[in-house]
Structures are given as structure tokens and as C-alpha cells.
Write a new protein. Structure first.
Length: 749
């Protein structure tokens, strides 16, 4: 019963998770809506206040302009009847034009003299009825009793300008200032006309398109300006002014939810109010509400679907997982033990992973040795290839200098094993070390990437490291392990020359207590023996030809020539030394089976200057290096082909091993590994497994042999282990593979 209630436990678990998620989502929803509402209220009220303040600022500017219009009073005079009159119409119009230019925003400035039937504009004097006719299409000035207002005003006031079509809400404002100011019975009026578009523009700059009804009124609730978005106002003006308070208020009128914005200007006795439909005012909030609601609904739907799917279909994926991992059918649903099977398979895979990890760690030294062999043999020709191999070997060469060491392997087998063990543990501070064995030459090569300490030179630093290496290798041995040191270089691609120098230093090293030998192309001229045959550079020249390294050989040839020229200034002695050098080079070429014609030798010794000798010998040395490199590559290719042919012939043998190949072909195991890595990119075990797996697939699809016979034929004795390995690689059993690829027999025996 407990096992059957697992689905209910899954379902209850997901629903329990759903409850706090739902509560959190609701809390987030209401919190977000509240914050968004508050943000809209604050922002809208602030923008509305800014717009109202701009209207007040405009009126203040008009008032300031009127107060500063002293020039108008000077233009007024008294006629013969004792009445006020304009002394100069032209001067008055110029003054009005100057006042209009100084105003911002732009407004039309007029001058009206009581008792006169004309009105003055910046363009000139015009009869009042003609000026009314000019604005007849926009304003109904007579019907607004504007003229009567001008006749009775005593103080500066805002006068509404109603539209000609009274069904429209738009109009304008006029600011009227008596002149002279403070007179109990002013005789003239200065008029500023503000168009309705100017008022709308001020509010639209902050609120966008006006979303509702806009009202401007004074302290006695006389309406100065009205704007309605529709033909019918949202709330009548008389009802709106009855609502007390300022700021933002939510009100209701005729069943509609409205938002009322109010802001007063006590100094100017000017009030601004706007009525907006709540749905329009909070339109931006609706999108946020819909998005959050959709996300919450989607989250709930996903959790419910996931709960139902997990509760009623959990056994099928678990069973498929058991089948996939273990290769066996899952147990009966009455006694499910999938977790135990999965745990056992996981432990087995973990062990396999650890084994593979350890195998990779074991391969790192092999990769490092391969790096060393390829580097000193000149097979790495680009910086990018070198950096890639150093990353694979986990040996970053980040320090400025590099040097190659050559260590002869002791003849005693127990001493050689001890040296190999100790050389792997040589890791000096602030250095990167890689080593490789050249078993055919019975020497070890070590490459050290290092930095100098203090003021020491790179040569001193390399000698110090070589001495540390010799001391560590010689500890506890009856003989001192000698170390040859090549010149330090900054470019790692020059390490082939450094190793050739290190090997030359070992070959020329005298017996004695000294264990570290640095290559010196120029021996001491004061020494008792300073003949050409004892010159390290000549040995390095022959070593470069023997290895087919042009750069090494040519560099050594330069050192030889420099030694000869430093030894004597006699041309006869120069010919003697050059003949000795050519004799050794020709003797070496014949020992390496490199063809050297007698006519070529005769042409080399027929020269008349040292420069001519160098021009003749350098192509000869390059030719020898090229042919020797071809011979080395040919021998490597033949050796590689021998190994591959032997493995292809014997990969079905159950007793096949790398030791068997080594014994049969008389090739060291390490060299076989290196050859396979370079030719097929795999080690011995991987390559043999690859061949056997391909042969097994061929037998499945082209023969009717049983699966067991196919496994035995390719050299495997542990059939179950091979079948698990096949399934892990191909993702199916051998029987399924045979059926899918049209094999002769689908029986999975």
C-alpha cells in the first residue's frame, strides 16, 4: 500500500509547493499593483502640477510685462476736451510690437482706450468691430461680453474667451491690465490674448494628449477656461467645484469612477482642475495586471500539469532508466526496487569514472613525453601547435626562458629505474618541467621553462637548475649523474638546437668530479688543447647532420668558422682546418649512407677565400640534413607500418598485448605508444578495441554467427562485459544492431 501511495505523495508534495507559490504570487501581485498605482498617482499629479505652474508662470510674465509698460503711459495725452487720447498711433504700435517680441510664450498684445471705438494692435489701429470680425471664426467676443468687461474693469483680471460655436469647449484667455495701474478709473486697457492651443500645449507637454476635462477658474469659482475630451463632460463644473480638497482624489459620478486632479495658485487666485476617467488614467496599470495574472496562471498551470504527470507516470521513466542503465528489465511494480538498481549502477559507473580519471592522469606524463620528443625533433613548427600541446600536457610555459638538459641513462638497470623515478619528482619552484626518454639513444631529455632570480643571467639560472637536478638524481647512487645543458632561449621553437648543444656537451664532457656541463661553442684559447677536433661546435655540427636538423647544423657551422677565424689569420691554416672539418662531415655522411659524389668534394675544397668556402659548404650541409631527415622519416614510417601491420594481423588474438608487440618486433613499449599516438591518435588499448569493435559489427551484419561466437572470434573471452561495453557505445544491444542493419540472423544468442 505504501508503494501504491507514492503517486499521492508526489501529488501532495507538488500541491504543497503550489500553496506557498500561490500565496507569494498573490502577495507579489497586490504589492506590484499598489506600487504601480502609487507611482502613476504621484507622477501624474506632479506632471499636472508642473503644467499648472507653467500657466501661472505665463500669467505672472504677462503681469510683469504690463507693470513694466511705462512707455504706454507716456504715449497717452489729453485732448482739447480734457479726454485721454493717444498722442502717436505709430509709436504706440511700435511699442506693442516690441512687447510681443519680448513675450514668451508668444501672445497677441492689444491696447484699448475707453471712449474710443478702435483697438490698437502691433500692426496698427483697427476699429473694434473689424477686430471682432477677424476672430469671428474662433471666438464670439461680442457674445462673451468682452467689450463690456473692458469698460468696467478696474483691476488686472483674466477674462474668458468663449468659442464662437458654444457647443465646443475650447476658447482662450485674455489678461487685461488697466493703464495707468492703480487708477480708480483707468482710461486704457492693455490686453494679452492667450490662444487655447497654448494652454493645451502646456498640459500636453507633461500629460501627453489630454485624457480628460480641464478647467481653469478663479477664487470666486468663475470659470475661465474649459476643455472637454468629448462632447459631454465627465463631471459638470458645478459638481466638480463642490468637491473640497486639492491633489489627487478618486470620485464617483453617475456610476463612473473618476480621478480628480486639483492644484491652486493662491497668489494669482488661479485654480486648475482635471477630471479623468479612472480606466483611462490607470490604462498603463492594466497591462501590468494582465501580465502578472497571466504569469501566475501559467505558473499554476505548469505546476498542476507537472504534479499530475509526475504522480501518474513516474514509474515508466524510472523503469526506462533502469533498463537503460542496467540493461535488464525493471522488477515488478508490486516490489519496485529501481532506486537500488540505479544506485548500484551509479556506483559501478562512478568506479569506471574514477578509473578513467586515473587513466587520464597516467596519460598526462605520456603526453608530456610526446611533447618533448616532438619538440626536440623539430616536428613542432608553430607557436599555436606548441601551446596546444602544452595545454594537453598540463604544462604551461609562461616564463621567459627555456633550456634543454640531456641526461645519460645509467647502464645498470636498477640505477636507470631509480633515475627515472627521481626525474619525475624534479619540480623546482617557479619552473615548468617536462621530460622524455630517447631509448634508442639511451638518454633522457628534459625541457625547463624558468625565470631568473635576482640579477643572475639565463645561463647561470640554467646551470643552477641543472646542478639541482644532478644532485637529486645522484643522491644515494654510487655514481654521479651527469647533465648536459644547452643554451637558454626565449623562443621554445629553438629548443631543438638547445638539446643538440646539451647532448654535444655530454659527448665532449671529460671524466671527473664535475657533473654539469654547459655547451660552449668557443673553448678556452689558453687551454693546452684547442684543436678543431676538440671544438664543441664541430661535434654539434655532426650531431645536427645526424639528426637532420638544418638550424642546428648551420648554427654550429657558424661557430666552427668563428673558432677558426679567432684561432689564426693564416689562410693556409684556414684551409687546413676547413679540410679537417670537411673530412669529418664527409665521413659522417658515408656512415649514414648519404650519397656524396667525389666531384662535389673536389668543388668544396676548390676555393680562394673564406667567404667562397662558406658559400660552397652551406648548401652542402643543407642537402645532407635534408636527405638525413628524409631517411629518418622513412625509417619512422617503416617502423610505424611494421607496428600497424602486426596489430592488424594479430588484433583477434586473445593474448595480444603491447608487451607482445614489443617482444615480437623488438621495439620499446614507450616507442610503440608514441608511434600509435602520432599515426592513429589512440593508444594501444583504444586502437585494438576500435579494430575489434568494427570487426564485431561486420560479423553481425555479414554473417549468421551467434553473438557469442562473434565476440569470441574477435578475441574477447568475457562476453557479458563486452556486451555492456557495446551497448554503452552504440546505445543498443548487438541483437538490435543486427536487426537494424539487416543482419543475417536476429537471434541474440
Amino acid at each position: 500500500m505504501k508503494r501504491l501511495s507514492v503517486r499521492l505523495r508526489y501529488l501532495a508534495g507538488y500541491l504543497l509547493v503550489l500553496i506557498p507559490i500561490l500565496l507569494f504570487s498573490l502577495a507579489l501581485y497586490f504589492s506590484t499593483v499598489e506600487r504601480s498605482t502609487q507611482y502613476i498617482n504621484t507622477t501624474s499629479l506632479q506632471q499636472f502640477t508642473y503644467a499648472a505652474e507653467n500657466i501661472s508662470t505665463i500669467v505672472t510674465r504677462l503681469e510683469s510685462s504690463a507693470n513694466s509698460a511705462l512707455a504706454l503711459e507716456e504715449i497717452l495725452g489729453v485732448d482739447e476736451y480734457g479726454r485721454r487720447c493717444v498722442q502717436s498711433d505709430e509709436r504706440l504700435c511700435e511699442t506693442l510690437a516690441a512687447m510681443e517680441e519680448r513675450l514668451y510664450p508668444q501672445a497677441e498684445v492689444l491696447f484699448f482706450l475707453r471712449g474710443d471705438n478702435a483697438i490698437y494692435t502691433a500692426d496698427g489701429r483697427i476699429l473694434y468691430h473689424a477686430w471682432e470680425a477677424r476672430h469671428a471664426d474662433q471666438l464670439s467676443l461680442t457674445m462673451s461680453r468682452f467689450y463690456q468687461k473692458l469698460m468696467v474693469l478696474r483691476e488686472p483680471s483674466l477674462v474668458p474667451l468663449k468659442p464662437a460655436d458654444l457647443t465646443q469647449s475650447k476658447g482662450g484667455l485674455a489678461y487685461v491690465a488697466p493703464i495707468p495701474a492703480g487708477d480708480s478709473l483707468p482710461t486704457a486697457m492693455l490686453i494679452y490674448l492667450l490662444d487655447s492651443s497654448l494652454i493645451e500645449e502646456e498640459f500636453s507637454n507633461y500629460l501627453g494628449s489630454l485624457p480628460g476635462d480641464l478647467y481653469l477658474y478663479d477664487s470666486v469659482y468663475a470659470r475661465l477656461y474649459t476643455y472637454t475630451a468629448n462632447d459631454t463632460p465627465l463631471m459638470p463644473f458645478d459638481n466638480m467645484i463642490k468637491i473640497r480638497g486639492t491633489g489627487l482624489q478618486r470620485v464617483e459620478h453617475n456610476g463612473r469612477h473618476l480621478v480628480l486632479l486639483k492644484t491652486p495658485d493662491i497668489q494669482l487666485n488661479l485654480n486648475c482642475a482635471m477630471v479623468v476617467d479612472a480606466d483611462i488614467f490607470y490604462a498603463e496599470l492594466r497591462g501590468t495586471q494582465l501580465l502578472i495574472t497571466a504569469l501566475i496562471a501559467l505558473l499554476i498551470l505548469i505546476i498542476v500539469i507537472l504534479a499530475i504527470w509526475t504522480a501518474f507516470y513516474n514509474y515508466k521513466p524510472i523503469g526506462d532508466l533502469v533498463t537503460h542503465i542496467t540493461g535488464a528489465e525493471p522488477p515488478s511494480w508490486r516490489e519496485p526496487d529501481e532506486l537500488s538498481l540505479i544506485r548500484s549502477a551509479f556506483d559501478e559507473q562512478t568506479s569506471e569514472h574514477e578509473r578513467l580519471t586515473n587513466h587520464l592522469l597516467e596519460l598526462q606524463p605520456v603526453v608530456a613525453q610526446q611533447l618533448v620528443r616532438r619538440l626536440i625533433s623539430g616536428k613542432i613548427t608553430s607557436r599555436e601547435s606548441f601551446l596546444q600541446l602544452t595545454r594537453n600536457a598540463d604544462a604551461p610555459f609562461t616564463r621567459p626562458y627555456n633550456a634543454a638538459f640531456c641526461i645519460p641513462i645509467p647502464k645498470a638497470e636498477q640505477h636507470a629505474d631509480l633515475v627515472l623515478q627521481r626525474i619525475t619528482r624534479f619540480q623546482p619552484a617557479r619552473c615548468t618541467v617536462c621530460w622524455g626518454d630517447l631509448l634508442t639513444d639511451n638518454v633522457l631529455c628534459m625541457i625547463v621553462n624558468f625565470a631568473c632570480e635576482g640579477e643572475e643571467s639565463p645561463a647561470d639560472a640554467s646551470l643552477r637548475l641543472a646542478q639541482q637536478l644532478s644532485d637529486q638524481l645522484s643522491e644515494g647512487l654510487p655514481l654521479a649523474v651527469r647533465v648536459g645543458v644547452g643554451r637558454a632561449c626565449e623562443d621554445p621553437l629553438l629548443l631543438p638546437e638547445s638539446f643538440a648543444e646539451a647532448r654535444t656537451a655530454i659527448q665532449l664532457a671529460p671524466r671527473g668530479s664535475k657533473c654539469v656541463f654547459l655547451y660552449d661553442p668557443q673553448p678556452d684559447r689558453n687551454a693546452e688543447t684547442s684543436t678543431l677536433s676538440e671544438t664543441p661546435a664541430l661535434n654539434l655540427l655532426t650531431e645536427g647532420i645526424r639528426r637532420g636538423e638544418k638550424s642546428v647544423a648551420l648554427s654550429a657551422f657558424d661557430d666552427v668558422m668563428r673558432f677558426i677565424l679567432n684561432t689564426t689569420e693564416s689562410f693556409a691554416y684556414f684551409r687546413f682546418c676547413s679540410a679537417e672539418m670537411l673530412t669529418q662531415v664527409v665521413h659522417l655522411a658515408r656512415s649514414l649512407h648519404l650519397p656524396v659524389e667525389q666531384r662535389r668534394i673536389s668543388s668544396l675544397i676548390d676555393y680562394r677565400s673564406q667567404a667562397e668556402f662558406s658559400r660552397n659548404v652551406i648548401p652542402f650541409i643543407e642537402e645532407l640534413c635534408t636527405r638525413q631527415q628524409e631517411n629518418i622519416q622513412r625509417e619512422d614510417s617503416l617502423l610505424n607500418q611494421r607496428v600497424l601491420d602486426f596489430i592488424l594481423d594479430a588484433y583477434k588474438r586473445p593474448d595480444l598485448s603491447i608487451q607482445l608487440v614489443s617482444d615480437e618486433l623488438d621495439i620499446p613499449r614507450a616507442q610503440i605508444t608514441v608511434l600509435l599516438r602520432e599515426s592513429v591518435g589512440q593508444n594501444f588499448v583504444q586502437y585494438v578495441s576500435y579494430l575489434r569493435m568494427n570487426e564485431f559489427k561486420r560479423l553481425l551484419t555479414e554473417t549468421d554467427k551467434t553473438i557469442k561466437d562473434c565476440v569470441m572470434e574477435i578475441g574477447y573471452c568475457d562476453v557479458p562485459n563486452f556486451l555492456r561495453k557495446f551497448k554503452s557505445i552504440e546505445g543498443m544491444t548487438p541483437g538490435q544492431y543486427r536487426a537494424m542493419n539487416g543482419g543475417e540472423n536476429t537471434a541474440d544468442a
